[in-house]
Design a protein around this ligand. Structure first.
Ligand code: PRT
Ligand code: ZN
Length: 287
């Protein structure tokens, strides 16, 4: 009997490819992805991988050609396909924004009424204008949206932004966010029991990798008379580990801290008398 495999669609080459591949790798799933390859099989997990253009992923998943996929929320929302968002993945972050030429007098989105807006996201933009009760002319173009105003094709644009430098170099100013986006894991509706079980196994690993990415492992030496103060800054998973050092009067303290609070905690620890502070990345964090 052949083993049932979960079929996953990944972007073949583009901004989400590397992070998608790395995520699976950190989940302990190895596979080949040589150039020109359209399909691969994981060596140690019941997973079959399809490499596709990102725009095709929602449709492949909705139609059941693939069971799950990794795609940007922007592409998913534009596709209007019926799939389930299983997990946000924390990479590929960007926003779909409206931007106007620098000399455009912009007070509110109402100022875009009757204007020509160039975008590759007509469905999302149409919904946005409808919600804001604005009637504007949407011009759908598939790429290089940011040059549309300078060549007289549009009065404003609605495009993806991350750092903002593309808009800036094209003399455009971001004025309104239409959609915030990141890469998400999607699944087709009505996955059968076996497929759902494999997905749950994969999801467990993904959550462990995500948790690990948000946390750091910290080790330090502390004089025993400062231990109370120092451990107050270190909640840990349950509580910090404290072990005696070979040198009397000193202890080694181990704990896990959130990446967001990292610098503040390190400063507090130093001020409280901690020495030899080491901070390590965590590969997986099982919760
Ligand atoms: O070939 P394929 O169709 O698979 O790929 P693609 O060319 O359509 O997409 P790709 O690889 O460029 O992007 C894949 C996904 O990455 C997008 O759908 C988003 O979900 C996400 N993403 C994250 C971005 C960006 N950040 C981003 N900055 N996608 C595009 N950009 C572009 C944007 O269009 C603009 O041209 O980068 C430019 C703006 O960047 P900044 O930093 O100058 O603001
Ligand atoms: Zn694309």
């Amino acid at each position: 009997m052949t083993e049932t495999k979960l079929k996953i669609a990944l972007q073949k080459s583009g901004r989400l490819s590397e992070d998608s591949h790395n995520l699976l790798k950190k989940c302990g799933i190895g596979f080949g992805s040589g150039t020109g390859k359209l399909r691969s099989e994981a060596q140690n997990f019941p997973l079959e991988i399809y490499f596709l253009r990102d725009d095709d992923i929602p449709e492949y998943v909705a139609d059941g050609v693939a069971d799950i996929g990794i795609v940007g929320e922007n592409v998913l929302a534009e596709s209007r396909k019926n799939v389930e968002i299983v997990e946000k993945l924390g990479f590929g972050k960007c926003r779909l924004s409206l931007a106007v030429p620098k000399n455009f007098q912009f007070g509110s989105v109402k100022d875009l009424a009757a204007k020509r807006i160039a975008t590759s996201y007509p469905n999302i933009l149409r919904d946005f204008f409808q919600k804001n009760e604005i009637s504007a002319e949407i011009h759908t173009i598939s790429g290089s949206v940011e040059i549309a105003p300078s060549i007289g094709l549009a009065d404003a644009v609605c495009d993806l932004v991350s750092s903002g430098s593309t808009l800036f170099t094209n003399g455009l100013r971001e004025v309104e966010t239409v959609l915030n986006s990141e890469a998400v894991l999607i699944a087709r509706p009505n996955l059968d029991e076996t497929a759902r079980k494999i997905l749950e196994k994969l999801l467990f690993r993904i959550k462990s990798v995500k948790a690990a990415a948000q946390n750091k492992y910290i080790l330090l030496n502390a004089p025993n008379d400062k231990l109370d103060e120092i451990t107050r800054f270190l909640p840990g998973i349950k509580s910090p580990t404290v072990m005696p050092l070979a040198e009397t009067g000193w202890s080694s303290v181990h704990s896990v801290i959130n990446e967001n609070d990292f610098w503040e905690i390190v400063e507090n620890l130093k001020n409280a008398g901690a020495e030899g502070i080491l901070v390590l990345s965590i590969d997986q964090m099982i919760q």
